[in-house]
Design a protein around this ligand. Structure first.
Ligand code: ATP
Ligand code: MG
Length: 379
């Protein structure tokens, strides 16, 4: 028995037609898994579950951990069992902090030539020897570049289209040591995985549609908050803020002289909803949250200035986004429309679960995005 599982559904459907897939997100404070199946072209939710890692490191629930491979494998095995996961076809997330993502400018040569040049150029941007990393890249399609201002200096070709002097390329590097670590966990848990994906791309898949306008994604995790600005489905800016929801709990525990466990309970029950009894709770929580959203605002303003574009929407994900009152606080800081991520809206599930899935959704964003990609692979 494992009492640390917060939300486990068990298999929603007893008969599983076709192949099922899972997305596995090993976060710093909790592992999340989502199992999907495709039926008549539609992604159907089969099961999902979450397991707090704190107790595996003798820490409280909600705390960030740094566990070794054996403990992580043990925790994942527990979760797969408790969540009645039946599939071994997995997609795994790589933490954003273990990756390096840079948007670089390259000469406007054809794609074949560009593919030869990029690994050489990448040496300038990767701080470790290139043979120590797995390198990947995306050539940003031309139509997603800034529209040149009228009267600008871009030349036109015979057909009158603008000839671009540069092409943008999104460079992605993951250190081999990180990949080895995840490969070991996969082997220990007898899963079969065909890809590791940096969590930023899973988040984008799980939350955004085909929209073109710039959107800011804020993933409030336990130890850190990740901020991304995405335009035309392409990551323009990514940034890590070294504070997360765990800092709210630790701050409360310290300032109010209560246990971490009690502080975590208060955070989850009351959040930022203020009443005459909990003014101190809100004040302490704001110390962390104001910092996080001021930083996010700085990223947003920098982007708007640099590209001369407005960020029309902000989407909050991660467990820290579930806290009551966080959406309003984000709106106050960022002055944009702020929404809570609702990744389960991308899949079919029984109507009676709507409310539960809406509430749990932000935490499962990465795991769901991974499962969607894995499902797509089977087509
Ligand atoms: N209902 C809730 N109200 C407030 N905070 C919550 C709630 N549920 C979870 N949290 C907080 O969310 C955090 C965990 O979020 P999440 O699972 O997204 O983090 P993680 O993926 O483990 O961390 P990271 O992404 O930094 O590696 C914890 O600090 C937890 O206290
Ligand atoms: Mg996370």
């Amino acid at each position: 028995m494992n009492e640390f599982i917060k939300k486990v559904l068990g298999s929603l459907f007893s008969t599983s037609k076709g192949s099922s897939v899972i997305g596995v997100d090993v976060g710093s404070s909790a592992i999340k898994v989502v199992q999907l199946r495709k039926e008549k072209g539609i992604a159907v939710l089969e099961t999902y579950g979450e397991l707090a890692l704190g107790p595996y490191a003798d820490l409280e629930i909600g705390r960030a951990t740094k566990l070794g491979n054996n403990k992580l494998s043990e925790a994942l095995t527990d979760l797969l069992r408790e969540a009645s996961v039946t599939s071994v076809n997995a997609g795994f997330a790589i933490p954003f902090a273990s990756s390096l993502l840079t948007l670089i400018e390259m000469p406007a040569v054809d794609t074949r030539q560009l593919n030869k040049m990029i690994p050489l150029e990448a040496r300038k941007y990767i701080p470790v020897p290139i043979n120590e990393v797995m390198l990947d890249w995306f050539i940003v399609p031309d139509n997603s570049r800034q529209t040149p201002k009228a009267g600008g200096k871009n030349k036109k070709d015979k057909e009158g289209s603008v000839v671009r002097k540069k092409r943008e390329v999104l460079l992605v590097a993951i250190h081999n040591e990180v990949l080895n670590k995840y490969n070991e966990i996969v082997a220990n848990t007898h899963l079969d995985t065909s890809f590791f994906e940096i969590e930023i791309f899973s988040t984008i898949r799980a939350t955004l549609d085909q929209g073109l306008a710039p959107v800011m994604l804020i993933d409030i995790g336990a130890a850190t908050t990740k901020v991304y600005i995405v335009e035309y489905g392409i990551v323009r800016i990514s940034h890590v803020i070294n504070r997360g929801s765990q800092d709210v709990t630790l701050g409360m525990s310290k300032s109010l002289g209560i246990s971490v466990t009690r502080a975590e309970e208060i955070k989850r029950e009351q959040g930022l909803k203020s009443n005459s009894d909990n003014k101190d709770v809100v004040r302490v929580a704001l110390l962390t949250l104001d910092y996080i959203f001021s930083e996010a605002d700085r990223v947003l303003l920098n982007y708007q200035r640099k590209y001369n574009k407005n960020v029309s929407r902000v989407i909050l994900t991660g467990g820290g986004a579930i806290m009551k009152g966080v959406i309003d606080l984000a709106h106050k800081h960022l002055e944009s429309e702020v929404l809570l991520g609702d990744p389960f809206a991308k899949v079919d599930s029984p109507a009676f679960l709507d409310d539960v899935l809406k509430e749990a959704g932000p935490e499962f964003t990465v795991a769901l995005g991974l499962a969607l990609r894995k499902l797509h692979e089977l087509e």
